[in-house]
Ligand binder design. Sequence first.
Ligand SMILES: Nc1nc2c(c(=O)[nH]1)N[C@H]1C(S)=C(S)[C@@H](COP(=O)(O)O)O[C@H]1N2
Ligand SMILES: [Mo]
Length: 159
Amino acid sequence: MTDTILKVSGKVESPRDFSFDQLAQIEKQFQIEDVSTIEPSRQGSAVWLEGILSSVGVAESARFLGLHSSHDNFHASIPLADVRQRGFLIYCLDNQPLPQKKGGPVRFYIPDHASCNTDEIDECANVKFVDHIELTVERGFDNRPEDEDEHAKLHEHSD
Ligand SMILES: Nc1nc2c(c(=O)[nH]1)N[C@H]1C(S)=C(S)[C@@H](COP(=O)(O)O)O[C@H]1N2
Ligand SMILES: [Mo]
């Protein structure tokens, strides 16, 4: 489990790629062994966003967190300060990489998100299949659905 599953780039001091093993090696203080203790409807193990950010070092100019899924071309860009202390990345289930049907190998999650389309930090920002985290100065590319019609179209394509 040494293949890269998550790339971190942009306004960071040391851009870096993470494998499953490297995510698991992030210090224990940043690991969440059982996410259901925080969010009862979700299973698996996670690492706090802050654990990833502290290992790459956030540049002073960074303001937005870009969450990219090249798997299905889904992208969100959200204000970093609002999620820095509360976001986490679920990457493990039963000691194995998080399966794709659960949004794996890496799935971003904000426990106290707003309903879809009601706020910048909404449920839609819980990006599945995240393979790239990019810190930027300005808001980056974001193609979250903007209304119910767009949500409906999105769900037609997902399984
Ligand atoms: N990669 C990817 N992530 C995604 C989506 C998507 O289509 N692709 N849909 C988003 C939307 S609109 C919502 S509301 C949540 C739904 O998450 P759930 O299926 O785990 O409940 O995932 C978000 N993450
Ligand atoms: Mo959504």
